[in-house]
Design a protein around this ligand. Structure first.
Ligand code: MRU
Length: 340
């Protein structure tokens, strides 16, 4: 890849501002955890695995900023840093997986100096583990993609969203690299257009044929038999397999089931939340209605009209053909401790 969604520079991170893509490739250097928190909220960096990795670097930088020699005092301040990061976006499990892991490590630490070093190393480790996991799951998932397949995908799940190889888009890239002749239908993904802006951009860079469609066109192409399978990412997967992903995913799952084509979810195991029995318990982010009434700052609706903006929906496990993780391709029933 000739672009890096995020880079650790020792005392700051460099991120590719995804709100400016595809028109501009602008890199931001952020050294304060609050600025990184804002970048997550504003979707300058987004996608569940990417948010998890970025959160780790934010906590490491926040820790480096704390001037204290007392472990108790340090831990108190570190918890505030973690709270700020936890308060950015509620749905992606990866972020909370990171926060729990970093807090556990700090709790177990000997002294402030040792903890600071350990947190930086852990953030780098989380980054490489997530990258490795997405490579592995993409290889496994590509086995489900046959030569000649037309694949529908939703939102963006490539390197930009994963800081690694990609999840759903990683499976697609891997199928291409295995020499399979494939083509992709990418939904634009209203309201923030991650499909039109980011997925089309990444697929063009990967030299994979892509047709951009509006979200509302999916039924048309699926019902005409022009789509062989749907593959999407995930923000949080409950113990029973119910999956939260970008708003509009559930609609695609229903269309796929109704038309008898497979519906796959691809996600690293850091996205799985076995503490939740079902999707009903998954917190769904509600974002500003202005993201619906305006496109990139241009108003497209009458001034003051009421708008709703849930950022994710939940697809019940019964609509999911298989969940592709780095530990294997998992199908119903999702037994005890799967994904652990
Ligand atoms: O609001 P976003 O852009 O962070 O939503 C992203 C998605 O829904 C992705 O499909 C999901 O996070 C998986 S990314 C590999």
């Amino acid at each position: 890849m000739d672009y890096l969604p995020i880079e650790w520079l020792g005392n700051r991170v460099k991120i590719l501002d995804q709100t400016r893509l595809p028109r501009e490739e602008v890199y931001l250097e952020l050294s304060h955890y609050q600025d990184i928190a804002s970048a997550i909220v504003e979707l300058k960096i987004r996608g569940a695995p990417a948010i998890g990795v970025t959160g780790a670097y934010a906590i490491a930088l926040g820790a480096l900023e704390i001037e204290s020699s007392s472990k108790d005092d340090f831990m108190e301040k570190l918890r505030q840093v973690c709270q700020t990061i936890a308060g950015t976006r509620p749905t992606a499990r990866n972020l909370f997986h990171t926060i729990e892991r970093m807090e556990r490590l700090a709790e177990a630490g000997k002294d402030v100096g040792q903890i600071k070093t350990a947190l930086v190393q852990e953030a780098v480790r989380i980054h490489s583990e997530e990258a490795e996991a997405t490579t592995k799951l993409s290889r496994l998932g590509a086995e489900l993609i046959q030569d000649g397949f037309a694949i529908l995908t939703h939102c963006n799940t490539g390197p930009l969203a994963t800081i690694g190889y990609g999840t759903a888009l990683g499976v697609i890239r891997q199928a291409k690299e295995q020499g399979k002749n494939i083509r992709v239908f990418a939904t634009e993904t209203r309201p923030l257009l991650q499909g039109a802006r980011l997925t089309a951009w990444e697929l063009r860079k990967a030299d994979i044929p892509v047709t951009l469609i509006t979200d509302s066109m999916a039924g048309y192409f699926i019902s005409r038999g022009e789509i062989d399978c749907v593959i999407v990412g995930a923000d949080r997967i409950a113990a029973n397999g119910d999956t939260a992903n970008k708003i509009g995913t559930y609609t695609l799952a229903v269309l796929a089931k109704e038309n008898g084509i497979p519906f796959y979810v691809a996600a690293p195991t850091t996205t799985i939340d076995l503490s939740l029995a079902s999707g009903e318990e998954i917190p769904i982010e509600q974002r500003s209605p202005e993201e619906v009434t305006h496109i990139q700052g241009v108003s497209i609706a009458p001034e003051g009209v009421e708008a709703a903006n849930p950022a994710f929906d939940v697809t019940p496990h019964g609509y999911i053909t298989a969940i592709i993780t780095e530990r294997g391709i998992i199908r119903e029933p999702y037994g005890e401790g799967w994904g652990n």
